[in-house]
Design a protein around this ligand. Structure first.
Ligand code: HEC
Length: 132
């Protein structure tokens, strides 16, 4: 061993490993951020109908109500949230939201609805809602 840095080959391996670690960290930070932003948008706009079920809005966390909607595919949900669908106003009637923010809010709602595969009783649903 001439130097503590090892051979040039070892050095580039270390460099590549450092790059991989950096990009993995960047991606996980972005994912966490997406979750937070989606929640923020939901709480600012979507909560008014999706927490109360106004005009038949599927309730937050109600997996039975969301299942057939999720089955349409994420793109359809995005389109309906962005452009409006029956009682669902375009962008939740908040035109200030960007398309990306609306998509994040859809992701947040879908995540919370599909997390529970067992149908909930209404008592459980009340508890889940008051927790948030
Ligand atoms: C003024 C009330 C209201 C607000 C605010 C609102 N929604 Fe809705 N939303 C509804 C109603 C009502 C439906 C059910 C429409 C139907 O299927 O009859 C719905 C349905 C949906 C669906 C399912 C669409 C489908 O294809 O089944 C998604 C996704 C959705 N809303 C996302 C959002 C997001 C994201 C926000 C916030 C940016 C939001 N909503 C804000 C009333 C609202």
């Amino acid at each position: 061993m001439k130097s503590s840095w090892g051979t040039p080959g070892m050095r580039s391996t270390i460099l590549i490993q450092a790059l991989v670690v950096t990009s993995v960290l960047a991606v996980s930070t972005l994912t966490a951020q997406a979750g937070r932003e989606g929640k923020g948008v939901y709480k600012r706009t979507c909560v008014y109908c999706h927490q109360t079920g106004v005009s038949g809005a599927p309730l937050f966390g109600d997996s039975a109500a969301w299942q057939p909607r999720i089955a349409q595919g994420r793109e359809v949900l995005y389109r309906h949230a962005l452009g409006g669908f029956k009682g669902m106003p375009a962008k939740g009637a908040n035109p200030k939201l960007t398309d990306a923010e609306v998509r994040l809010a859809v992701d947040y709602m879908v995540q919370n609805a599909s997390g529970q595969s067992v149908p909930q009783t209404s008592a459980q649903r009340m508890r889940v809602q008051s927790d948030r």
